[in-house]
Design a protein around this ligand. Sequence first.
Ligand code: ATP
Ligand code: AH0
Length: 387
Amino acid sequence: MTVVIGLISGTSVDGIDAVSVRLKGSTTDLQVQCLAKATYPYPPQLRSQILAICGGASISVADLAALDDAIALEFSRAALNIQQQSPPAELIGSHGQTVYHRPPYPDATIPLGYSVQLGRPEAIAHQTGITTVGNFRLADIAAQGEGAPLVPAVDAYLLRHPHLYRCIQNIGGIGNVTVLPPANIPESHPVRGWDTGPGNALIDLAVAYLSDGRQSYDLDGAWSSRGTPCTPLVQKLMADPFFQTPPPKSTGRELFGVEYLQKYLQQTQVYNLSPADILATLTEVTAVSITHSYRHFLPQLPDQVLLCGGGCHNRYLRTRLEQLLHPIPIMTTADAGVDPDFKEAIAFAVLAYWRTRSIPGNLPEVTGASQSVLLGNIFHPHRTIGL
Ligand SMILES: Nc1ncnc2c1ncn2[C@@H]1O[C@H](COP(=O)(O)OP(=O)(O)OP(=O)(O)O)[C@@H](O)[C@H]1O
Ligand SMILES: CC(=O)N[C@H]1[C@@H]2OC[C@@H](O2)[C@@H](O)[C@@H]1O[C@H](C)C(=O)O
């Protein structure tokens, strides 16, 4: 049994999700007991700076180093806080903060992806005195994978149903799915997964714009529920090559970010949309892109969909998914015993644990990597002899 801390701040950049978990077993016998969980919001100025960088703002290398350390410090504080609420942890798995993600593409000078997570793990090891694993995406990228999504490998052991076909749908800033065939069918039906497109990132940006910065997200989907999705605009947006490309695929704020929103807002003028319609239409893009993925890239529709990530609390989005996928039941991962708001943090605790046991963490069927690889670099805290 090992106590491990898992840390992540996702593409919504709303704060650091931290868990302390007790782990037992390894893969098929993996057991996870959650001991403590909390979200630590970023200081507003740091959040704004991160969002600016994600939106393509220029930064000097010196400022990038300072930002990296500021994020590492917030992650270290989160780890030390969660540590106070649970037994001593042996290990930290820290995803860090993604600020740039470029999937691999054949015409690039080097046809490998490029993904930057800030909050350097060696600094977290130093600040906390706890061995820290980080840089999880790099080895998969070196093996020609997308470097994302990585959580499906953990979902495969925590959320498989004995005889039902499940989709685990994360709706964070970006959406991603894990496709879990039932445990009782042959291994020729592999676990799959990919990014489905925007989750809440565009909705959040639009809410901030339409409310003059007074709101940062559409609480429970209340605002969008007062609008009507503009079907011709949804169809136009769904023609984007990202949605039509079969998996493996990954994306981020580089595609579905500030620039996208600006172009989208111009298009909404053509259709004379109200603020509520603007939000309902963006929410519809999230819902339709998810169901489009299921209808086009799965051998069969799932028996159940289990939602996770902050978007599972958006009632309007959830209702639209229920309507679009009727009669497939839409639940959350809480119905299968995994907290939908902390599943990603739990996953990075498990990935760190696997790394220290030399268990590969990527699924080549998901990321497109040429082989399974060990994910992450291990950093031990430097302890001065005699202290
Ligand atoms: N009650 C709610 N109603 C509507 N939306 C909500 C609610 N609670 C959270 N959200 C949405 O969820 C977002 C946060 O989701 P989450 O923390 O899962 O994203 P993330 O982990 O940062 O993203 P990713 O999974 O892409 O890395 C918020 O920005 C907001 O848009
Ligand atoms: C580069 C990056 O941080 N990607 C995130 C993002 O947020 C959701 C989706 O896009 C997913 O691919 C990934 O995160 C989770 C933690 C993953 O790797 O499974």
